[in-house]
Design a protein around this ligand. Structure first.
Ligand code: SAH
Length: 273
């Protein structure tokens, strides 16, 4: 069963909005453009999308059709009258596991018509066992045609689906969330803002934390004195060369103090230059 009776049709226009896909209503006035970078998100909670991605720059870009978000309701692919998506773990133990057949049907539906080449269209399961997400991965994803993200729930996903589809596992960090939805939104936020024309000031993605392998220098703005604290005078000096030098030194000092791992990598790459 790859296409349940009330699943969304391929076009995601207003007519295809089913009762169980109510969140689509909220997004129905967003333009439906072809060839636009698209995130497909398989989730039991489509109603939590776009969530925070609907705000600010990512939300405005979504409204403008600069990227697309397509939540796929896993429940629609569930088995039987109750559309069950999970079952008890083989071998025993607490909790429930998302069924391979249900997720398989959802993925067949979701990936239909998408490039098979995973470099062009990555297929990712948000998972605490995955490779830690970082800025380099965000950059890689921002250069694809789109991405499919799978949000787990309960104890997670039947391993056979992960193996069968060659799914890449990506972690938000060394902690356990209740589900993959927050992780998916974090990954999408970091990725979408690197797409062209999303941020007002494109230069800002080149200078910020991690782009040069360092944490960013501190920022200040008016008033020049606040509760007796002055802005570092060099920043008000108008000497651009001195300002750049000061910022570089600050970035290096902060990185060395807070993130020895990043500092070691930065040091190595400097030696190679
Ligand atoms: N039993 C699993 C945890 C399941 S948490 C384990 O111990 O590894 C339920 C779901 O939340 C997961 O399937 C995953 O999709 C999501 N999740 C939890 N923590 C996450 C993290 N650090 N990064 C990305 N996704 C996470």
């Amino acid at each position: 069963m790859s296409q349940p009776p009330n699943s969304p049709s391929k076009s995601h226009g207003r007519l295809s909005i089913g009762a169980s896909l109510q969140p689509r209503d909220l997004m129905a006035d967003r333009p439906d453009l072809h060839g636009v970078w698209t995130a497909k998100v398989v989730t039991l909670f489509p109603q939590v999308f776009p969530g925070v991605l609907g705000a600010s720059l990512t939300g405005r870009a979504l409204d403008q059709g600069l990227w697309r978000l397509d939540p796929i309701d896993l429940r629609l692919f569930g088995e039987g009258r109750h559309r069950n998506v999970d079952d008890t773990p083989a071998g025993g133990g607490p909790g429930m596991v998302l069924r391979a057949d249900v997720m398989g049907a959802a993925l067949d539906h979701t990936m239909r018509g998408r490039p098979d080449d995973r470099a062009r269209w990555p297929l990712i399961y948000l998972s605490p066992r995955g490779r830690p997400f970082d800025q380099a991965m965000a950059r890689r994803l921002s250069r694809t045609e789109g991405v499919t993200l799978i949000c787990g729930r309960f104890e997670g996903l039947d391993q056979r689906v992960i193996d069968h589809y060659g799914i890449e596992e990506v972690s938000l960090g060394d902690f356990v969330l209740t589900g993959g939805e927050i992780a998916a939104q974090a990954v999408l936020d970091a990725t979408v803002r690197l797409r062209p024309n999303i941020l007002g000031n494109e230069a800002s993605t080149e200078e910020e934390s991690f782009s040069a392998g360092l944490l960013e220098h501190p920022h200040y703005t008016r008033p020049a004195t606040w509760r007796g604290h002055d802005i570092p005078p060099v920043l008000l000096s108008g000497h651009h060369g001195e300002i750049a030098k000061w910022r570089q030194a600050q970035a290096e000092a902060i990185t060395r103090a807070r993130r020895p791992d990043l500092w070691a990598a930065y040091d190595r790459s400097r030696d190679e230059d």
